[in-house]
Ligand binder design. Structure first.
Ligand code: AMP
Ligand code: GLY
Length: 433
């Protein structure tokens, strides 16, 4: 127990990573920047520190002064801004890709070209910088339905699944002409709509070896039955039975390994998590997008099932020795996570609403509450501080029991305006039973 790890981020994903890292017999201290109240109260060896995570030179100095052995980067923005390049240049080990690697998420136009070049299955597409040319293509496109995307990072927004050609043209105008997403919308990607089940398959990689995690499914819409506007994710479950073992084997070979090998051929040693957002179509799994990081809320449920020491895996990725680690998952159990969001989410959010009922939940060790947007209020209370507030995760012998435990636990937590979905993981039962 001698190593110190710094985790960058403050959400539910980072809470789950810190929770798992704190269990490692190799780890002395887990520091999260900027972290959160929930993260600080995970375990005695976990703390949050207020660092300016955008100031890379100051961060590198802080890492040296605090004998940090590994930096784990949660969100995509710092990765796309070159946090790993800056820290590695100072000799600091990182779990996360360099700026060049992060393009796979931060530049959809680049990612689509890359997928085409290395024959990674994905939707047919065309990219544009000129609105008239894009609209001309849309009007004459042979696809019945289209998706229009801003090429850059737009905080989970910037993707329009258009129900008509007119709506697709309107999206082009918003992104290119009106610059709704600023520089992230200088290039627009127009692609064919794919139909099927969406599944997230994440993998650890050291730039050579790919170690796939069990498949998970996110629930993007705010309302039960997948209704209402898109959100950052209202819940997740794992393992997801909506992709077969044969399809998963194809995803490993034709999507994840092919991507890591392709990146290497482009001169990019990709270290960290490679996340494939897939559509399982009638013709097999197709790649909707890659993310250069762990997903939120998938990570919270994945960490409930990880048996191998997370720090050991991450360190092996950073050192290029992942093939020596056998990553084990609890295959006999399932995990379901239910997000509790604040009033008005996803359009708006509330701050300062006192959260009650948390103490009852924590008694069962297979139910864990991760904090996404929680702050300390008056008299030591916990209050809401964002759109997604908490995620309640339950681990049980079946998806069905995990779903009912997580949903019941979510029902016992309350704050004014709290909203959560009561059907997380239901897509898995209706298709498998
Ligand atoms: P992306 O950021 O590219 O994953 O897009 C966000 C969401 O838009 C995805 O999670 C899908 O629900 C949807 N989406 C993106 N591309 C497509 C596509 N080609 N066909 C159908 N849905 C899509
Ligand atoms: N769960 C979707 C994401 O993290 O992008």
């Amino acid at each position: 127990m001698s190593e110190n790890v710094l985790v960058i981020g403050s959400g539910g994903r980072e809470h789950a990573l810190c929770w798992k890292l704190a269990e490692s017999p190799l780890v002395k201290r887990v520091v999260c920047a900027p972290g959160s109240v929930g993260i600080s109260s995970t375990k005695d060896n976990v703390e949050s520190v207020e660092l300016d995570v955008k100031d890379f030179p100051a961060l590198a100095t802080w890492c040296k002064d605090n004998s940090i052995d590994l930096v784990v980067v949660g969100p995509e923005d710092p990765l796309a801004n070159g946090i790993v390049d800056a820290l590695q240049a100072k000799g600091i080990k990182c779990f996360g890709p360099t700026r060049a690697g992060a393009q796979i998420e931060a530049n959809k136009d680049w990612a689509k070209k890359f997928m085409q070049k290395y024959q990674i299955p994905t939707a047919r597409y065309k990219s544009f910088t000129d609105a008239d040319a894009a609209k001309e293509f849309i009007r004459s496109a042979p696809y019945s339905a289209l998706v229009v995307k801003a090429s850059g990072l737009a905080a989970g927004k910037g993707v329009v699944v258009a129900s008509s050609k007119q709506e697709a043209c309107q999206a082009v105008d918003e992104i290119l002409t009106e610059a709704k997403y600023g520089a992230a919308g200088e290039v627009v990607v127009v692609e064919e709509l794919l139909e099927g089940e969406e599944v997230s398959v994440l993998a650890f990689t050291d730039g050579e070896t790919v170690s796939m995690m069990p498949p998970a499914q996110d629930h993007k819409r705010i309302g039960d039955g997948d209704t209402g506007p898109n959100t950052g994710g209202m819940g997740a479950y794992c393992p997801c039975p909506l992709i077969t073992p044969e399809q998963l084997a194809d995803v490993k070979d034709q999507v994840l390994q092919r991507a890591v090998d392709g990146l290497k051929a482009e001169g990019i040693k990709y270290v960290g998590v490679l996340y494939a957002g897939l559509m399982v179509t009638k013709a097999g799994p197709m790649t909707l997008e890659f993310n250069c990081r762990f997903g939120d809320p998938e990570t919270q449920v994945l960490m409930m099932l990880l048996e191998t020491d997370l720090y050991r895996i991450m360190k092996a990725c950073a050192l290029g020795t992942l093939k020596e680690v056998q990553v084990k998952w609890n295959t006999g159990m399932s995990a379901v996570g239910v997000v509790i969001a604040s009033k008005g989410y996803p359009e708006t959010s509330t701050k300062g609403c006192v959260i009650s009922g948390l103490s009852q939940v924590s008694k069962d060790e297979d139910i864990v509450v991760f904090h996404s947007g929680v702050a300390r209020g008056a008299n030591d209370s916990l209050v809401t501080a964002g759109g997604r507030v908490l995620l309640v995760a339950a681990k049980r012998a079946s998806l069905r029991t995990a779903a009912s435990s997580a949903t019941n636990a979510a029902a016992s937590i309350d704050f004014p305006g709290a909203q959560y979905r009561k059907d997380i993981a239901r897509r898995a039962f209706s298709n498998s039973e």
